[in-house]
Design a protein around this ligand. Structure first.
Ligand code: C2O
Ligand code: CU
Length: 517
């Protein structure tokens, strides 16, 4: 095989991850010595800037619904106020606002009666900073995180990662956004401040006393009966008749959304998991699977004050079949039509409106022909066996890495996720969709192929995929094969890849892979 390795410097230039001049003092002990240090100059000056934060997971009560307060688990932040934005009346943790090049020093305190650890979804961090389940800590203990923010501007997030307990812990409220900004993004003049709105979409069910109900079936996952936005129950948002930047995260355990505006206007997408696209793209609707993010340019300036608009999730067939129906929770099945958010237009308060840039960023993609295994891709077959999701026939073992789960630092590889369930599966279902997430990297989706049996269901969702940008989570439909280009830099060590249906993950649909120098 012709190994065409790409140099570290090249990689970061291309990935836009960037950068030089980052004084990676803190993280540098983790960086492989096989490569030149990061401090190659590519224009960025070291900020020397550090965000020091205390993040505590604890029990809390939140007023989500009229009547009794809801008992939740919640991340609470303290420390550097410029980096912390609290969402009132929400169970979500603070939004962590960080800059590329900044050093994050964060103490996690676990005050919930369950072992836990925090994972920074989408970020490139040293392996022992990644929230691997072998690093969980019990109630009353703490974990010190320290790493530089290498990723480009984008909407990332954080959530627990204890093995077997991620689903319930995230469900009871442990999650938050982590927003990174960089120079390239700041130069665009995108809507900011109150016009840059996060929209974390999660489904939940409540009992008559307003308490959260978590009943998940291992085959399909948890499905609630209503959608909450930003950890708040449904209400109407007032938005000005002007452009907004909407940062969407599907923070649900298992539900896939087919998001559309109620007046059928197209969705203008400007970013995916790993930040801004090269240029905006339009979709009739946006398909967002658990773990995925997308950013929209939403221009309300053509609406009249007083007008109403909804963001809804359109119905689709998720093919879960009889088994899901029989075992499912009280919630609405995957693919049900649901209301997400109601907007009411109010007059703009003046000022010049930002204009949507026709060129957003230089994503710096790698070339497929540079993949070391382009003639023999790494194939990972996704299956359900004995009610458990498997990856190449295996389930999660805490410290196990199989021979075919080792990659080399600096290599660019092609990975193919193959969802082996197809056509009329068990009791009439057509199989299970799996949103596959790889830790420690941002990848590119090179192509997709679906078999004939699953094509009809697939085509009712696939126009809403946005494969144009950097991704860390990708939906793999039953009968589908998705081809990725993924590079392993700059850290060595053991990382995870898994299904981000949290019940599949908790059931063991997760494996380690090892980056070796
Ligand atoms: Cu968002 Cu391993 O997870
Ligand atoms: Cu799955």
């Amino acid at each position: 095989m012709n190994k065409s390795r790409f140099s570290r410097r090249e990689f970061f230039r291309l990935a836009g991850v960037g950068v030089g001049g980052l004084l990676l003092a803190a993280g540098s002990r983790k960086v492989s010595a096989a490569y030149a240090p990061f401090s190659v100059t590519t224009g960025l000056t070291p900020t020397g800037d550090e965000a020091a934060i205390d993040l505590t997971a604890r029990a809390a009560r939140v007023n989500l619904l009229p009547g009794a307060a809801t008992r939740v688990w919640q991340y609470q932040g303290q420390g550097d106020s410029a980096s912390l934005q609290t969402i009132p009346d929400s169970y979500l943790g603070p939004i962590l606002r960080l800059k590329q090049g900044q050093n994050l020093r964060l103490r996690f305190n676990n005050n919930i009666p369950d072992a836990s650890i925090v994972h920074w979804h989408g970020l490139s961090v040293p392996h022992d900073m990644d929230g691997h389940p072998h690093t969980v800590i019990p109630q009353g203990q703490g974990y010190d995180y320290e790493f530089p923010i290498l990723n480009r501007a984008g909407t990332y997030w954080y959530h627990p990662h204890p093995h077997g307990r991620t689903g319930p812990q995230a469900y009871y409220g442990l999650a938050g956004l982590l927003i990174v900004s960089d120079e390239e993004e700041r130069a665009l003049g995108l809507p900011s401040g109150e016009f840059d709105l996060p929209l974390v979409i999660q489904d939940r069910s409540f009992d008559r006393d307003n308490q959260l109900v978590y009943v998940a079936d291992p085959m399909n996952g948890f499905f609630g009966d209503q959608v909450l936005v930003n950890g708040q129950s449904r209400h109407t948002w007032k938005v000005q008749a002007r452009p907004y930047r909407l940062r969407l995260l599907n923070g649900s355990n298992a539900r896939i959304y087919k998001l559309a505006w109620s007046d059928n206007q197209a969705m203008t997408v400007i970013a995916t998991d790993g930040g801004l696209l090269e240029k905006p793209v339009k979709r009739p609707y946006l398909t967002l699977a658990p773990g995925e993010r997308a950013e929209l340019w939403a221009d309300f300036s053509a609406y009249q004050p007083g007008q109403k608009l909804r963001l809804e999730s359109l119905p689709f067939s998720a093919g879960d079949g009889m088994m899901g129906m029989m075992m499912g929770s009280s919630g609405l099945p995957n693919g049900s039509a649901m209301d997400v958010l109601s907007l009411q237009i109010v007059p703009a308060t003046g000022g010049e409106n930002p204009v949507l840039p026709q060129r957003l960023s230089d994503p710096g993609f790698h070339a497929e022909q540079d993949a070391v295994n382009r003639n023999d891709p790494r194939r990972i077959t996704l299956a359900m066996q004995h009610m458990t999701g498997t990856l190449n026939g295996r389930t999660f073992m805490m410290n196990e890495v199989a021979a075919d789960e080792k990659v080399r630092l600096g290599d660019l590889e092609i990975w193919e996720f193959i969802n082996s369930e197809s056509g009329m599966g068990m009791m009439g279902g057509s199989g299970h969709p799996h949103p596959m997430h790889i830790h420690g990297v941002q990848f590119r989706v090179l192509g997709r192929q679906v078999n004939r049996q699953n094509r009809a269901d697939y085509e009712a969702l696939s126009a809403g995929f946005v494969d144009d940008g950097w991704k860390d989570t990708v939906l793999v439909w039953p009968g589908e094969q998705v081809r990725l280009l993924v590079g392993f830099q700059p850290y060595t060590g053991m990382y995870l890849y898994h299904c981000h249906n949290l019940e599949h993950e908790d059931g063991g649909m997760m494996r380690n892979y090892q980056v070796e120098s």
